[in-house]
Design a binder for this molecule. Sequence first.
Ligand code: MLT
Length: 393
Amino acid sequence: MITPNMHYADLKESYLFYHIAQKTKAYLEENPGTHLYRMGIGDVSLPLCDAAITALHGAVDDQAVKERFHGYMPECGMPSLRHTIAEHYRDRGVAITDEEVFVSSGASDELGDILDLFDRSCSALVIEPAYPAYVDANIMAGRKIVHLPASRDNGFLPAPCEEAKADLLYICSPNNPTGAVFNREQLQAWVDFAKENGSVILFDAAYEAFVEDESLPHSIFEMKGAKECAIEICSLSKTAGFTGTRLGYTVIPEALERNGMHFHDMWVRNRTTKTNGVSYIIQKGGEAIFTPEGQRQIKANIRFYKGNARILMEALDELGIWYCGGKNAPYIWMECPDGMDSWAYFDHLLHNMQIVGTPGEGFGACGEGYFRLSTFGSREDTIVAAKRLLESK
Ligand code: MLT
C-alpha cells in the first residue's frame, strides 16, 4: 500500500490566505453584490507598467515569426535577463555574477522548491510572526521548526540568540507581515551568526523595492560574508505587479558550500531536471522592468501604494491605534482595538465595515492581538476603508 506523506496531517486544515478567501466567499454568498474593501492578501491593484506591456506584446509577436520564435527556454533563465538582474545588483554596489542569478516563476514557488537543496534532517528557524508558507513548506517535509518569537519590545526584529540556532534561517526584510526592516548592523549580526553556526540564511527580499530609508539594506549581499551563508529570493510580484504574471529571481553565490557541496551547482542540477524554464514572453516582460523607463514606472506605482499607506496610517493615528510598517513596506501591522483577538477583529471588519484584512494569528501564535492591512488596494477603496475605520471611533 502507498504511504502518503503523513506530515500533511500536521498542517492546519487550510492555508491562511485560502481560508480567508473561503470566509470572504461565504460572506459574499450571504450578501450578494456587496463591495468589499480588500486589504488582505498582498495582491496588487495597479496594472502592469507600460514598459512591461510593450515588451510582452513584442514577445508575443516574436512567437508568431519563425526567425524569432522561442521554444524551451534555458532552465536557469534567459542569459540577457540574468545579466540585466545582475547589473541591477552591481549598480547598487553588490558584486554578483550573471550566473549567480536564477530566474524563477516567483518567490512563493521558489521558497518551497529551494528546500530540495537541504536534507530533511535540517532544522528551520522561523522568526514569528512570519509568512505562513515558511512553516507549512517545512512541515510538509517533516522538518523540525524552531520558532523565534518577535514582539513589539524588539520592534519585531529579534537579534540572534542561543534559541535561534538552526540549520536554515528564514529572514524576511522588509518583513511580511510586520513591515519592520533590519538595519545593517542587525542584519550583519544574523550573517555573523549564520557563519559561526554553519547555517544557511534564506533571505526573502520580496519587498526590498519598498525600502525608502537610504541607510537600510535591500539585499543580504550588502553584508560582509553573506556570500558564504545566504541565498536571496526576490520577486517582481510586489515590485512590478507580477503577482498574476509570475516572475522572480534567486541569487545563489558560487561561494556557498557545505560538506563540499556547492548549492549553486546543485540548483543548476535541480532546475535543469525539474523545469523547462520560465516562458520567453514573461521573461521579456520582466526584462523591461530593469530598463530606466521600467524603473521609473514601477517606482511611480510603489509611490502610489505608499500614498495608500499614508491614508491608512493617518486614520490609525487619529484613532490612537498602535501600528508599525507602512513606511518601508507595503504592510501595516496594527494592534487590534479593544483587546479583540485577531480573528474576532477580522469578522468585525468584514461584517460591519466590509473590510478584508489578515488576522495576526495567521502568521503564528505571537501574531495574536495584531492585524495586517495591505496597502495594495485601489485609492478609492483605501479612502473609503480609512473613513469607515474612523467612523467606528
Ligand atoms: C501576502 O499577502 O502575504 C502575500 O501576498 C502572499 C504571497 O506572496 O504569496
